[in-house]
Design a protein around this ligand. Structure first.
Ligand SMILES: [Zn+2]
Length: 103
């Protein structure tokens, strides 16, 4: 509960809110989903891609929740097909290490 008080001290560390649970965290603790072009998106593991981005906690619950409830879609103002949605979820989970990488 010291987050509010420490705002000034940590001002140089960017904070972002998770689209699923709305918790504010250090940018490095979140996964960034960047919008590319009209309807594309990419898991931005570097966090440095230009353009609109959404953040979600690095945990399965928030990743699934953000996609399942269309929160990422709404935040990025992009319409995802069920297929794209599944692909994005898989990419996010792979980023998290929950899904083994294809060899
Ligand atoms: Zn979250």
């Amino acid at each position: 509960m010291q987050e509010r008080n420490s705002d000034r001290a940590t001002a140089h560390r960017p904070k972002r809110s998770c689209v699923a649970c709305r918790q504010r965290r250090d940018k490095g603790d979140l996964l960034r989903i960047a919008r590319t072009g009209e309807s594309g998106f990419v898991v931005d593991s570097s966090g440095k891609m230009p353009g609109r981005g959404s953040y979600v906690c690095l945990n399965e619950k928030c990743i699934r929740g953000s996609l399942g409830r269309n929160l990422i879609q709404r935040s990025l103002k992009v319409r995802l097909s069920a297929e794209s949605c599944a692909r994005l979820r898989e990419e996010c989970l792979r980023e998290l290490g929950a899904v083994p990488r294809a060899r």
